[in-house]
Ligand binder design. Structure first.
Ligand code: ARG
Length: 559
C-alpha cells in the first residue's frame, strides 16, 4: 500500500466499516484510485450511486488527495501530482537496483531448464529454453523466492553410443576438441551414416549395451573424456548467455535408481511387463502407454525422471519444482506427472511445467554445417558480425570493446525476440528485425538506456535532488506513471510465469522516453527544470536496467 492508499483508507474508516480494495480507474481523467460502492449497498441499505454521491460529499480533500468526486457507483480520488512524482522518483533513486523487488519469502523453488545433452549440438531451440528459464529464475528471485537453477543433461543413452561409435569408426585420427561445432558435427555424421546403412545400428546397440554395463574400460574412458569435453564446451555457451546453474543433474546419475523404481512399480501393480518391456498403461487417462524399461532392462528417459522428480525435493528441500521444457514433450510430461500421482508421490501437487515452442528461421537465410538445426555458435556469429557493422557505423572503438559490445547486443536481440513472445507460439526469427535499433527489440531498449547514459556523460555529474513539481507536462507525467507501475508489473510477470509482460513494459517505457526526449530539451533548459528532468531520466535509466536484467539482458552504457 502506498501513502495515498493509506490516506484514502484512513479517510474512509470514519464512514464505512468494510475494508474494500481500491481499484485503478480505467483512464487518467477518472483519477488515480476508485472505490467501488456496490458492496456497500447491503451495509448502508442504499443504491451504490447514492452511496458514492454521499461519500464524495462527506470526504474532504487535502494535501495528498487533492480532489474527490462521485462518478456513477464509484468514488474517484485524485492525488497530488507533486507528491506522486516525489514519491515514485525518490523511491527509485533510493532503492536503485532493488526498485521493484519483493520482500524475502523464505520459500525455495527449483527451476530446471536448458538441459542440453552432451555429445550433441546446442542449437537455436536451446537458446529459447535457456533464456526463458534464466529469466524466470531472475524474476522469481527478485520477487523474494530463493531460486535454485538446475540443469539436467543427457550424458548417456543412444545419442552417446552413436557419437562414440562414429568417432571410433570414422574419426579416430581427429584430435578430441572442446568445440561445440566439432562435437555436434560427429553426431550429425553418425546419424547420416546410420541412415545410409541401417545395419550399422547393430554396432551402435552393442556399444550402447557395453556403455550401460560399464564392462569395457576403454569405452568408459572415451565416454568420460568426451563427456567432459562436451560439458566444458557448453559451459562456455552458458557464460555467453549470462546463465549458470546451482545444481547439475545428469541422466547417468539417476539411471540405476530409475530402474529400481520401475521394478518397484511392477511389484506394486502400477506398472507391468509387456513383451519383456516394463510399461505403465495410462490408456484410462487417455495418455496411452508409457514405457519405462527396454527389453534388455536398460532404463528409458521416463524411468530416470521418476527418480529425478523425488531427488530434487530431497536434495534441496524445495517447495516447488518447475520444469521449462520444449513443447514436443507435452504428452510425455502429462504421463510423467500422472505416474507420479499414481505412485502417491507426496509432492505431485508441487510440480509445474512450462512449455515453449519451436524457433524457425526464415527459409534459406541462414546456413548450417550440421543440417537443419542451427548451432548456437553459428547463430551467434551471424548476429555478432551484424552488430559489429552497426556499431562501427557509429564511430571508432577499440577491438576489445567492439567484441564485448557486439556480443551484448547480439544476446539482447536473440533473448528479447524470444522472451517477448508467448512461449506457446512458434517464433520465426528474423535477424534484421531482431537487431533493429528502432522497433520492438532488445537493442532498442538498450539504446534508450545508453542514450540516457550519454546525456549524463555530457552533463558530467549525477543529480540527487530537484524541484519535482516542475515535471508536469504530458510526457513527464506519463513517464512517472509508467515508472510507478514497474513493481506491480513484475509481480504480474512472476505470478503468470511470463517474462513477456516485462518485455512489453520495457518497450513502452523506452518509447515514452524517446517521445519525451524528442519534445523536451534537457541540458539546454535552465538549471531548475534541467535538474528535475535529469532526475526523471536517471530513474528511467534505472528501471530500464532493472527490467533488462530480469530478462537476462545486459544494459551497456554505450552502444
Ligand atoms: N535432455 C532432454 C532432451 O534433450 C531434456 C530434459 C528435460 N528434463 C527432464 N526432466 N526430462 O530432450
Amino acid at each position: 500500500m502506498d501513502i495515498f492508499e493509506k490516506e484514502i483508507k484512513s479517510m474512509l474508516k470514519t464512514h464505512i466499516k468494510q475494508d474494500i480494495p481500491l481499484e485503478k480507474p480505467p483512464s487518467a481523467d477518472m483519477g488515480d484510485y476508485a472505490l467501488p460502492c456496490f458492496v456497500l449497498a447491503k451495509e448502508l441499505k442504499k443504491a451504490p450511486v447514492e452511496i458514492a454521491k454521499d461519500l464524495a460529499a462527506k470526504l474532504k480533500s487535502g494535501k495528498l488527495v487533492t480532489k474527490i468526486e462521485a462518478n456513477g457507483p464509484y468514488v474517484n480520488f485524485f492525488v497530488s501530482k507533486e507528491t506522486l512524482s516525489e514519491n515514485v522518483l525518490m523511491k527509485i533513486a533510493r532503492q536503485k537496483n532493488k526498485y521493484g523487488a519483493g520482500a524475502s519469502k523464505k520459500k525455495k523453488l527449483m527451476i530446471e531448464f536448458s538441459q542440453a545433452n552432451t555429445h550433441k549440438a546446442f542449437h537455436v531451440g536451446h537458446i529459447r529454453g535457456t533464456s526463458l528459464g534464466e529469466s524466470l529464475a531472475r524474476i522469481l528471485e527478485f520477487t523474494g523466492f530463493k531460486v535454485i537453477r538446475a540443469n539436467y543433461q543427457g550424458d548417456t543413452g543412444m545419442h552417446v553410443a552413436k557419437w562414440i561409435w562414429c568417432y571410433k569408426k570414422f574419426h579416430n585420427k581427429d584430435k578430441l576438441k572442446q568445440d561445440e561445432a566439432w562435437i555436434a558435427g560427429i553426431y550429425v555424421d553418425a546419424v547420416k551414416r546410420i541412415k545410409e546403412n541401417p545395419e550399422f545400428q547393430e554396432e551402435v546397440d552393442e556399444i550402447n549395451r557395453k556403455l550401460d554395463s560399464k564392462e569395457d574400460k576403454e569405452l568408459n574412458e572415451l565416454w568420460k573424456k568426451t563427456r567432459k569435453l562436451s560439458l566444458d564446451a557448453l559451459e562456455k555457451v552458458y557464460r555467453e548467455l549470462n546463465t549458470g546453474f546451482d545444481k547439475n543433474y545428469f541422466e547417468s546419475h539417476v539411471e540405476t535408481k530409475g530402474k529400481e523404481i520401475s521394478k518397484d512399480l511392477v511389484s506394486k501393480g502400477i506398472a507391468r511387463i509387456s513383451e519383456e518391456s516394463t510399461i505403465i498403461d495410462l490408456e484410462k487417462y487417455r495418455l496411452s502407454v508409457w514405457v519405462l524399461l527396454r527389453k534388455d532392462g536398460t532404463a528409458l528417459y521416463s524411468a530416470k525422471d521418476l527418480y529425478l522428480a523425488r531427488k530434487k525435493f530431497e536434495d534441496c528441500k524445495i517447495e516447488k519444482s518447475i520444469y521449462v521444457i520444449g513443447a514436443e514433450q507435452k504428452l510425455y510430461f502429462r504421463q510423467l506427472f500422472k505416474t507420479l500421482e499414481l505412485m502417491k508421490f507426496e509432492h505431485s501437487k508441487d510440480l509445474k511445467v512450462i512449455h515453449f515452442d519451436l524457433i524457425r528461421l526464415p527459409g534459406g537465410k541462414m546456413s548450417s554445417r550440421t543440417g537443419n538445426n542451427i548451432l548456437f555458435s553459428e547463430f551467434k556469429k551471424e548476429l555478432v558480425d551484424y552488430a559489429k557493422e552497426e556499431i562501427q557505423k557509429r564511430g571508432k572503438i577499440s577491438k576489445k570493446e567492439l567484441e564485448e559490445r557486439a556480443l551484448k547486443i547480439a544476446v539482447a536481440a536473440m533473448k528479447f525476440s524470444m522472451l517477448s513472445q508467448d512461449p506457446n507460439k512458434v517464433i520465426v526469427f528474423d535477424k534484421k528485425e531482431a537487431m533493429r535499433f528502432e522497433g520492438e527489440t532488445g537493442p532498442y531498449i538498450q539504446y534508450a538506456h545508453a542514450r540516457i547514459c550519454s546525456i549524463f556523460r555530457k552533463h558530467g555529474r549525477e543529480v540527487y535532488a530537484a524541484n519535482l513539481s516542475l515535471l508536469n507536462n504530458e510526457h513527464e507525467l506519463k513517464l512517472i506513471k509508467t515508472l510507478r507501475v514497474f513493481p506491480q508489473t513484475i509481480q504480474e510477470a512472476a505470478s503468470h510465469y511470463k517474462p513477456s509482460i516485462i518485455a512489453h513494459y520495457l518497450i513502452e517505457l523506452a518509447q515514452q522516453f524517446n517521445e519525451f526526449y524528442h519534445c523536451c530539451p534537457i541540458l539546454k533548459e535552465k538549471k531548475e527544470l534541467r535538474d528535475a528532468r535529469l532526475l526523471l531520466i536517471s530513474c528511467v535509466k534505472q528501471v530500464l536496467k532493472n527490467g533488462l536484467n530480469l530478462l537476462g539482458i545486459e544494459a551497456p552504457d554505450e552502444m
